[in-house]
Design a protein around this ligand. Structure first.
Ligand code: BAL
Ligand code: ZN
Length: 855
């Protein structure tokens, strides 16, 4: 299996200016006829090579004449000596019902739909399947009218008609040129919700949301979110929607979260459907954020797209940054920042520490689907955020304006993006650009000195860019570091320090006493910080900093050091239980009005075990988990009166998805989480569960019961199961809670879940809720010392890989992160990886991840 390299990029030999597709949907044979206008790019004699995966070819014509001389392989179709400009007609037949990979055109329980990013279009028809080939599409869809009343594709509906045999057809035309990965087709019977959005220039856009029959009520929040997104992008980035119609379809079988196809987004129903009874506040939040993300792609991704897939972060990093800014504006900036940073520290740092380490713009790829990663997406967004920090909002906006002025309608590179930022601001970003090419998590190590006599305070910074699995040589990066200086009795002062060299000093003078410094405020760069904080300094930052993020971060540091001190990993400095008590006392005394409930909840939450694992070179899973549980129990019992008081103060009736209500539910469920670990736990949790009429509080009760191993857990879980027996999307929460339970017979429990009547091995949401949750979020079960957890996952992946390689390759991630484990576990994990690698016909997806993790 061959890797593709970024530096091997060559422009395409041919362009395709127009595509006229006709798709006749039928089982088992769907006919796909495509007429392409092909134009040679420059002067050369290369053959036309089209991509196609396992496509039965029925006929092929050039300028209406059948072609007999061509070369067909399982992945390509080659035509020699073609004219410089011609019409190519290709007729293939495919079987969407048997396509379990959910890539290309596939059939779900009651609808046909497509997923073409990254390279799925080649499973529908032969094409030059790369993002720098932009074409104007016309699409005609034929299907049975009764079963498939809605036939949808990109752009505007231009014609439709009925046929005699109960079938009908609809023709679509998309006036915007696009790469084939943005093509979409959907056919089905849905409930339709409609609304309108009036753009800043006064155009009226029709918004349509298609959901499963009977689910219309659950679609309202998504539609509202869409309108908010459209308005925000006009207000913040001057970006207006371009077509007259915007459609969103929710489907149950979907590999990703959602897909930004031009004018026709396809969504995993999990990111569309919500009402208070069936969805949590977190679901509501995620829907708003994913709807925004896909909408924002219309400019950052669709109007300006990627030249090649190595540039994926061009659109994803930027669009994640935009959706994060949007979410921050819709709710709390600091709580959103904490949420983003948790993802980086928990998942992205882990990826960097693994064999899959790669820069946000990768250099080598075997299977592109493996690079839709936290590095490309979330670290990519951090890189954009650093640009925003360095250039300021206006400078950043000027860069964006220039980017669209230069590149609208083009397929471009990350370099083009940085050039626009650079030219619009007349700054030199050449060193900054290394963030695109260099992988790994930089360590910024800082030492402080204070001269009593002169009042000078000196910070010595050092950046350490250690080799990673994919790159031995590293260079110094341009790292923006926000700092806050705190002195007794004075207003804290903040500043931005730009670390560019290996070692660099910052000298401040005029202090009458040694200041307390909070480093990396707002997590201004995706780095790990090393600094010999004292416990007192951390307590001061946690309780007095002006910056909510720094307060939270200092508290997390105290919790983390305390916990590592309880394991053989040890800690860099001693934090005692008294220090923890002082911290929590301080947090409670500091509690302010309503708006701070969410931050208070964050401050009182211990770092999760996955994040803790990334802070040390060896992950002592059992010891760390035990220490974490004991600390939670200590906090719960020491501060039970405080928790109980807030628990009752934050009670509320009714449900609305508003910031005030959400924040109250958040703190209240956090209190319940701790109170569950006290002697009133079982009673309180049962009461909340019975009284709750919304999913946030019901799930809060179940999670509290699970975490505290309460006797009521099993009973409440079976009540929940009965109530939601016919709602698989809700049952996913139930599946996941069981799969993450730290019970001795967990594998038997998993077997039961897999044989549940609502479980479906072909539905990625179900598979992720059981198998994914166990592998990622059941530390003691997955890492059982006899290796049974690893074997269970490997056994499942061996079966899953044949059906859905993309999902299999995601779930193998925890197994591939064996390097942090003790020798015994590492060996057991490698043994399972070796078993996987020995499997004949292993997918490219799994092969790439497994082989890298073993090399
Ligand atoms: N482009 C794939 C899905 C997303 O990032 O929006
Ligand atoms: Zn995206």
């Amino acid at each position: 299996i061959q890797a593709k390299r970024r530096l091997d990029y060559q422009p395409p030999h041919f362009f395709i200016s127009t595509v006229d597709l006709s798709v006749k949907l039928e089982d088992p044979k769907t006919q796909v006829k495509s007429q392409l206008k092909v134009i040679r790019n420059g002067e050369h004699r290369h053959p036309l090579v089209l991509d196609g995966e396992e496509l039965p070819l029925i006929d092929i014509k050039i300028n209406a004449n059948s072609v007999t001389r061509y070369e067909q392989t399982p992945t390509s179709l080659t035509l020699e000596n073609v004219p410089d400009e011609f019409y190519l007609e290709i007729y293939t037949e495919i079987d969407p019902a048997s396509n379990s990979s959910l890539e290309g055109l596939y059939k779900t329980e009651n609808a046909y739909c497509t997923q073409c990013e990254a390279e799925g279009f080649r499973k529908i028809t032969y094409f030059i399947d790369r993002p720098d080939v932009l074409s104007e599409y016309s699409v005609t869809i034929y299907a049975d009218q009764k079963a498939y009343p809605y036939l949808l594709s990109n752009g505007n509906k231009v014609d439709s008609g009925k046929l005699e045999d109960g079938r009908h057809w609809v023709k679509w035309h998309d006036p915007f040129k696009k790469p084939c990965y943005l093509f979409a087709l959907v056919a089905g019977d849905f409930d339709l919700l409609e609304d309108h959005f009036k753009t800043v220039s006064g155009r009226k856009i029709l918004l349509q949301l298609f959901v499963d029959k009977g689910k219309a009520k659950r679609g309202k929040h998504a539609l509202t979110s869409l309108k908010k997104s459209m308005q925000w992008d006009e207000e913040v980035f001057d970006l207006e929607y371009d077509l007259d119609i915007y459609m969103v379809v929710a489907v149950d079988f979907f590999n990703m979260g959602a897909m930004e196809n031009k004018g026709l987004n396809v969504f995993n129903s999990k990111f569309v459907l919500a009402d208070s009874e069936s969805a949590t506040d977190e679901d509501f939040f995620n829907i708003e954020s994913v709807i925004a993300h896909e909408y924002f792609h219309n400019w950052t991704g669709n109007r300006v797209t990627c030249r090649d897939w190595f540039q994926l972060s061009l659109k994803e990093g930027l669009t994640v940054f935009r959706d994060q800014q949007f979410s921050a504006d819709m709710s709390s900036r600091v709580v959103n920042r904490i949420k983003n940073v948790k993802v980086i520290r928990e998942h992205q740092f882990a990826e960097d520490a693994s064999a899959m380490s790669h820069p946000i713009r990768p250099d080598e790829v075997i299977e592109m689907n493996n690079f839709y990663t936290v590095t490309v997406y979330d670290k990519g967004a951090e890189v954009i955020r650093m640009l925003h920090t360095l250039l300021g909002q206006q400078g950043f906006k000027n860069g964006i304006d220039l980017y669209f002025k230069r590149h609208d309608g083009q397929a471009v590179t990350c370099d083009d993006f940085v050039s626009a930022m650079q030219d619009a601001n007349q700054v030199d970003l050449s060193q900054f650009k290394l963030w695109y090419s260099q992988s790994g998590t930089p360590v910024v190590s800082v030492k402080e000195r204070f001269d009593d006599a002169t009042g000078e305070y000196i910070l010595e910074f050092q950046q350490i860019n250690a080799p990673t699995a994919d790159q031995q040589q590293k260079q110094n990066l341009h790292i923006p570091i926000r700092l806050e200086f705190m002195c007794n009795g004075e207003k804290p002062s903040a500043e931005l320090f730009e670390l560019k060299q290996g070692s660099q000093t910052l000298t401040k003078s005029g202090f009458t006493e040694k200041p307390t410094v909070a480093l990396l405020a707002d997590f201004s760069a995706p780095v790990k910080l090393e600094f010999d904080y004292t416990v007192d300094a951390l307590l001061k930052i946690a309780l007095q900093s002006q910056d909510g993020f720094s307060r939270w971060d200092a508290g997390q540091k105290l919790f983390s050091e305390y916990l590592h001190g309880k394991t053989p990993a040890g800690s860099t400095f001693k934090v005692s239980l008294r220090d923890i008590d002082n911290l929590i006392n301080g947090i409670f005394n500091d509690k302010q009005a309503d708006t701070d409930w969410a931050l208070l909840a964050e401050m009182l939450t211990l770092p999760n075990i996955e994040t803790l694992a990334q802070q040390v070179s060896r992950y002592y899973v059992v010891e760390l988990n035990k220490a974490r549980k004991e600390l939670e129990s200590h906090i719960a019992n020491t501060f039970s009166a405080n928790f109980l008081l807030i628990y009752s103060e934050s009670a509320q009736s009714g449900y609305k998805y508003t910031a005030t209500q959400v924040n109250k539910r958040k703190i209240r469920n956090l209190c319940l989480h701790y109170l569950a670990k006290t002697d009133i736990g079982d009673k309180l949790v049962s009461e909340q569960f019975s009284a709750s009429s919304n999913m946030t509080d019901s799930l809060g009760a179940l999670k509290a019961a699970q975490s505290a191993l309460l006797p009521c857990f099993e009973r409440l879980m079976s009540e929940f199961e009965q109530k939601w027996a016919d709602d698989p999307l809700v049952l996913d929460k139930w599946f996941a809670l069981h799969a993450s339970s730290e019970i001795p017979d967990i594998l038997a429990r998993l077997d039961l879940l897999l044989s549940h009547k609502q479980f479906n091995h072909d539905n990625p949401n179900r598979v992720r809720s059981v198998i994914g949750t166990f592998a990622f979020y059941n530390p003691t079960g997955f890492h059982a010392i006899d290796g049974s957890g690893y074997k269970y996952i490997a056994d499942y992946l061996l079966k899953l890989d044949a059906r859905n390689p993309q999902v299999a390759a995601r779930i193998v991630t925890p197994l591939s992160q064996w390097k942090k484990m003790d020798e015994a576990r590492a060996e057991l994990m490698k043994h399972q990886l070796t078993r996987l690698l020995a499997q004949p016909n292993l997918s490219k997806d799994l092969y790439e991840k497994v082989s890298k993790s073993l090399s």
